[in-house]
Design a protein around this ligand. Structure first.
Ligand SMILES: Cc1cc2nc3c(=O)[nH]c(=O)nc-3n(C[C@H](O)[C@H](O)[C@H](O)COP(=O)(O)OP(=O)(O)OC[C@H]3O[C@@H](n4cnc5c(N)ncnc54)[C@H](O)[C@@H]3O)c2cc1C
Length: 300
């Protein structure tokens, strides 16, 4: 495969480029094999040129943020993996809004909101993803979701042009947006917040983080909730009722702390996780008649 063009663009923008890179170390699950090329773009122009070059040259490419909601194949990925993260993560205040580059971690955005005395994003504190990944799937927690706070975004469209989209056009619903499954690349997101008290915001953020520490197995690598919440049920309860708490396949385990999380107990492979997911889905379907749908995204 011709990587020269990607290396050239990376060089032009000073973007990091890694060859034969094991992706596991870039994921919250610590799973995933060796990828041909991994790049970390440093600007919107860099992303645009890289994506255009891949499209024009028939090079397969993948867009990820902080890889906290993905399960990547043990054989890695062929083509170019574009990780939009720390090198493209500026956060700028404009009145009651925060305009964020899509690689900005939500934690950084929440802290910026707190420092600016802007309220609305406290619910997102502790979601380990990027702004782009969060908008892609309308991330949410503790009664809040991206839908409540997004004003507009800029994105790279299929034809290579950069466009603006208002929140009302994004079809934001439970773990879904207009970007889900599309080839649009989110470049920046504007959050519209309201004036608040920094101390009260900080207190709410700490409370949210404490709830996560108490309930979630944060001490182990995972991709967060493995399954979406089925209408009228809780995935964790169904899994527990099926006697699967602590159930293990290879290095993957249904967390003993929170049955909604499959965790990596050490050395788990993508196959272990896929196997455990299939087992859970089959048992829960047989026991409760509910079909659990994955929230994490399998990529191969
Ligand atoms: C411990 C833990 C707790 C979690 N808690 C929550 C929670 O409370 N609520 C919740 O909703 N989620 C939660 N998650 C899941 C995850 O953090 C969120 O889904 C997050 O929004 C994913 O962002 P990311 O940058 O990691 O996306 P990635 O995992 O990198 O990517 C996810 C998807 O988004 C796409 N994508 C990423 N960036 C872009 C972009 N710029 N343009 C276009 N597409 C893009 C990717 O192609 C992929 O399909 C949790 C995960 C962990 C590990």
């Amino acid at each position: 495969m011709e990587h020269g063009i990607i290396a050239e663009i990376a060089g032009k923008y000073g973007a990091k480029i890694l060859y034969n890179e094991k992706i596991a170390g870039h994921t919250s699950f610590n799973i995933g094999g060796v990828c041909d090329v991994v790049v970390m773009p440093s600007s919107a122009d860099c992303i645009r040129e890289m994506v255009s070059a891949c499209r024009e040259n028939g090079i397969k490419y993948y867009i990820f943020g902080r890889c906290t909601n993905v399960l990547i194949s043990d054989s890695g990925l062929r083509g170019v993996v574009i990780l939009i993260g720390n090198d493209y993560s500026a956060v700028k205040r404009e009145g009651d809004c925060l305009v964020c580059e899509s690689g900005a971690p939500l934690v950084k955005v929440c802290n910026a909101a707190k420092e600016a005395g802007l309220t609305g994003l406290e619910f997102a504190y502790g979601i380990p993803g990027s702004v782009g990944g969060a908008l892609y799937m309308n991330a949410g927690a503790y009664g809040g979701e991206m839908k409540d706070v997004v004003s507009y975004c800029e994105y790279l469209d299929s034809d290579g042009s950069v466009k603006r989209m208002e929140a009302a056009e994004m079809c934001l619903s439970y773990r879904h947006s207009v970007f889900t499954g599309s080839d649009k690349v989110i470049l920046s997101v504007c959050f519209r917040l309201s004036g608040g008290d920094s101390e009260a915001i900080a207190a709410k953020m700490s409370e949210t983080m404490q709830k996560r520490r108490d309930k979630q197995p944060l001490e182990y690598p995972s991709a967060g909730s493995t399954f979406k919440r089925p209408e009228g049920y809780f995935a964790a309860k169904l899994i527990e009722d099926s006697g699967l708490k602590g159930y293990t396949r290879g290095g993957a385990q249904v967390s003993e702390k929170h049955s909604g999380f499959v965790i990596n107990r050490g050395g788990a492979t993508c196959k272990d996780v896929c196997d455990i997911i299939s087992d859970i889905q089959a048992k829960v379907l047989a026991d409760s008649g509910v079909k659990l749908e994955c929230e994490l995204i399998k990529v191969e």
